[in-house]
Ligand binder design. Structure first.
Ligand code: SRM
Ligand code: SF4
Length: 569
């Protein structure tokens, strides 16, 4: 199948987002006109779709909707801006600039996302351009942070874990660059075509994506065993770096991960990637490009709900998919190499790397960098950045590693940590392994709260685990405000997915390695019911875990979950 550039090549009828992409003139749309329209704080619906490819989401403050309606005002429109950070590493001056921007135009907080990106919330239309310009001046960007293209490429940011980290990180960045849309629209719209960051402006066309871009979002992550801290099996493509004799031998390739689904629609479901083979380091970018092309050409373009690559694979068959990759690339994949993942969380402790530099993982609850919590996290990280003795490494678990610290500077940071009481020793294993998505009030798809509720729920579960003597047990616990899966609930040991304000489905039985999907345990629970259920199961775990299983394995052993329950309800 040839690349879709023209309507005459388009299979079926052009509708919805496909039509908007086609008519957008390579992602220009009428964004410029929308931006200068002073009558409304919003941009047009079509431009709201196109602007996603520029890393910008139009949102409303949902808490204000009723009152504004009563006052006959339009909804309170605001924008979320997502900054791409392939591999997650920024300098202390870039951190300071992001921090400054969050106060200048945002809601005074930074959100560290589950994909190693920064998000700003609450940006008004009139400030969007200035915001994007400052981000680019600090040599970061927002293009392709969202939209039907490849998103932020994840890579384990933890350099102490392996001597091959640097090379894997370099390859992840190359993949990101290779798959970035080539359109000039981003520079024209936001940077007045002045080249500020990100390399040369290329031809005004999309050699890889064509006029219709991909059928749906696309995600890639790299992990370096023994840690799966980027949760690679939840990505369209997951790359597992294989080390031999201290060198990068190549990658196992997993395809078809993705978590989003819709309640009540059985055709949608979470799926973990399948390991299809091993390739050499110099083959990986070519292979990734071919996989993206297969999804571009065979992904469903009529129904966005089943347009992700996981559905393409299940529709066409994994064998077909693998053959197609080999045929298109001319590379015969070798059998996957052995590897072992220990867990998909972060390691909270000082760690020394091979060059004698030090790294410290800071727990940022649900990635929300703010001064309103017990720890004044925003001020702490600001002050740490001003010291300019470390880089800042965003993790896939919404935390940040202060990295690359000279032994002589370690003490300075320790003093600062003491001053701000950034000391996690009293935090429970549950909290340290928790993730929650944004959800209410800004996410338009949320049915319930997540990051604004999970911390207080954990307070209550902690009371139970403390009584049971399992307070320090590391158990992954994740919450989302809807079934889309932004905090990767479906491979957590305990997960909550919002059904309505204050009401959640409870899932149990993912594992610590991130390689098993959990199952629905009970539906539509209120807080009291959640606590009753968990008290019962955690009590059983605390007293009857004869085989010393991790919690997620224990619930399978004791048949708390039923493998026959469909992955979607
Ligand atoms: Fe997500 C949509 C936030 C990681 C699956 N996600 C959204 C939107 C943009 C809502 C929207 O479409 O209007 C949310 C914006 C909320 C807000 O106010 O900021 C949103 N997703 C997030 C973030 C910020 C969650 C967080 O708190 O960290 C994460 C940003 C990642 C990044 O930096 O790029 C985020 N989203 C994920 C992940 C996890 C991952 O990729 O590791 C998933 C599950 C994996 C996957 O893709 O399958 C995920 N988000 C979705 C989906 C379901 C996709 C699907 O295949 O069905 C949607 C809805 C959609 O695309 O239609 C969605
Ligand atoms: Fe919004 Fe749902 Fe994603 Fe949470 S999981 S951020 S509620 S889309």
């Amino acid at each position: 199948m040839k690349i879709l550039r023209d309507l005459k090549d388009y299979p079926g009828q052009l509708t919805g987002v496909e039509k908007i992409k086609y008519n957008s003139n390579y992602l220009r749309g009428t964004i410029n006109e929308s931006l200068v329209d002073e009558i409304t704080g919003s941009i047009s619906e079509e431009d709201a779709q196109v602007s996603k490819f520029h890393g910008i989401y139009q949102q409303t403050d949902r808490a204000l909707t009723k009152e504004r309606k009563r006052q006959k005002l339009e909804p309170y429109f605001m924008f979320m801006v997502r900054v791409r950070v392939p591999g997650g590493i920024v300098s202390s001056s870039q951190w300071l600039e992001m921090d400054r921007l969050s106060d200048l135009y945002g809601n005074n907080t930074l959100k560290l996302t589950t994909r190693q990106a920064f998000q700003f919330h609450g940006i008004l239309k009139r400030n969007l351009k200035k915001q994007i310009q400052i981000i680019n001046e600090s040599l970061l960007d927002t293009i392709a942070a969202c939209g039907d293209v490849n998103r932020n490429v994840m890579c384990s940011p933890n350099p102490n874990q392996s001597g091959i980290h640097g090379e894997v990180d370099r390859i992840a960045k190359e993949v990101s660059k290779h798959l970035t849309p080539a359109t000039k629209a981003y520079h024209e719209l936001w940077l007045e075509n002045k080249l500020v960051a990100g390399g040369a402006v290329t031809e005004n066309e999309e050699p890889l994506y064509g006029k219709f871009y991909l059928p749906r979002k696309f995600k890639i992550a790299f992990a370096i065993p023994p840690y799966n801290d980027t949760d690679i099996f939840t990505n369209d493509i997951g790359l597992i770096a294989i080390e031999k004799n201290g060198r990068l031998a190549g990658f196992n390739i997993a395809v078809g991960g993705g978590l989003g689904n819709t309640f009540g629609e059985q055709q949608t479901y979470p799926r973990l990637g399948d390991n299809i083979g091993f390739c050499e380091p110099d083959q990986v970018i070519h292979l990734i490009e071919k996989i993206v092309e297969i999804q571009r050409d065979h992904g469903d373009r009529e129904n966005r709900k089943v347009a992700r690559m996981k559905y393409t694979i299940d529709r066409k068959g994994l064998d077909w998919f693998k053959k197609e990759i080999e045929q298109k690339s001319g590379v015969a994949l070798k059998p996957p190499r052995p590897y072992e993942f220990r867990h998909n969380s972060d390691n909270y402790r000082w760690a020394e790397d091979r060059e004698g530099r030090w790294h410290y993982t800071v727990f940022v609850e649900n990635g929300r960098v703010t001064d309103t919590g017990v720890v004044r996290m925003k001020s702490f990280l600001q002050e740490a950045a001003r010291m300019d003795i470390s880089d800042f490494r965003l993790t896939g678990n919404q935390n940040v590693i202060l990295g690359n610290i000279l032994p002589s500077d370690k003490g300075k940071l320790e003093r600062l940590m003491k001053k701000y009481r950034v000391d996690k020793t009293e935090l429970s294993g549950l909290r340290l392994n928790s993730l929650a998505c944004v959800a209410l009030n800004s996410c338009p798809l949320a049915f319930a709260e997540a990051e604004t509720y999970l911390p207080s729920l954990i307070d209550k579960i902690d009371e139970i685990t403390r009584k049971l003597g399992i307070h320090q047990d590391h158990i992954t616990i994740r919450m989302t405000g809807c079934p889309n899966g932004c905090a990767r609930p479906y491979n957590a040991e305990i997960a909550f997915v919002g059904r309505a304000p204050g009401i959640y489905n409870l899932y149990l039985g993912g594992n610590r390695e991130g390689t098993r999907l959990n199952r629905l345990y009970k539906e539509m629970l209120k807080e009291e019911e959640i606590l009753t259920e968990l008290e019962k199961i955690l009590g059983d775990y605390a007293t009857n875990n004869a085989n010393s299983h991790a919690f997620g394995d224990f619930v399978w052993e004791k048949n708390y979950v039923n493998p026959d329950i469909p992955l979607n309800i």
